[in-house]
Design a protein around this ligand. Sequence first.
Ligand code: PMP
Ligand code: GLN
Length: 378
Amino acid sequence: IDSRLPQVGTTIFTVMSRLAQECGAINLSQGFPDFNAEDVLFERVAHWMRAGFNQYAPMAGVGPLREAIAHKVAALYGTAYDPETEITVTAGATQALFTAVAALVHPGDEVIVFEPVYDSYAPAIELQGGRVVRLQLAAPGYRPDWDAVAAAITPRTRMIMINSPHNPTATVWTADDLAGLAAATRGTGIVVVSDEVYEHIVFDGRRHESCARDAELAARSVIVSSFGKTYHITGWKVGYVVAPRELMAEFRKVHQFNVFTVNTPVQLALADYMADASRHEGLAAFYQAKRDFFGAGLAGSRFELLPSAGTYFQLARYRAICDEPDTAFVERLTRDSGVAAIPVSAFFADGRDERVLRFCFAKNEATLAAACERLCRV
Ligand code: PMP
Ligand code: GLN
């Protein structure tokens, strides 16, 4: 086969979840909660199904959900997006990111990403004939270097893809970082694709710096979020995109042909559920308690925890345990110690290995306690 993606195999999330299952290990690898969403959400889905809302939704998403998204974004970030022309409901953030790239990147265009980078970005760019320009974030701080960004920008730079709170490093951009991005892209035609799927999971009193907060940046940004992270329903695969009208028009040209539209009763249920803002407002404290519980449980271990400022991930070094490559160590940890994690080298194109693992703490306390007990014996 003449592969379009010769470098690509099976995603690390699939590989590690499968290994965890095979070994009966506690799965702290792929990011998903092991607890359920609230019954009231399921009741709303059943309600809309029984009421007969089981046919195609409008291409951009059901009206009430787009209204609810507009309301939330305006309330939190102060920017008004028109539900008619500037908001689209997607089949998760993955489809949103892929569609944004497909709609806006021409063959030969350069797209800047920051490594470690979420695994779906580069293949999406390459499939459009785009060139991935990788800038490095280095442990332990993983901060963007704006001089390096400025130096990487060329006349071919079409897009820059960012992600804060960041998977896998659990760093959160500050207002200064956002100002750096605005300055670096000022006066260029560069589109910012901002992956904000963990927007509600920021810790220790931090504020999520959405591109929607900055009018200048918002004017050239496609902002992506996901209900999977916010409402504990990663398997529902529903997310959304907000962008200024001209960008959204291009996005929808592709969206209408790669999914057309998303599950109708689920969208209506999410619109009802979003009406109570405390549900997303409470998420940061909810996950901060889990981060702290997991961290306290590992205090007696030989893992060295890096700061987790947001997301539901915790990075850990293991240099006090061994100097094995992270892929070998994580396999041994899964098989012999019964805890699966993600090797952070999977987020680097050249497999750069800083001997760091990513653990997902979106788990019940009983799961985290059992995992910590095992990890303290390593
Ligand atoms: N971007 C990032 C940074 C993610 O962590 C994830 C999911 N883990 C996604 C995108 C994809 O989200 P979804 O499941 O809604 O497609
Ligand atoms: N985004 C999730 C993670 O980082 C995994 C999603 C997937 O399996 N594609 O773990």
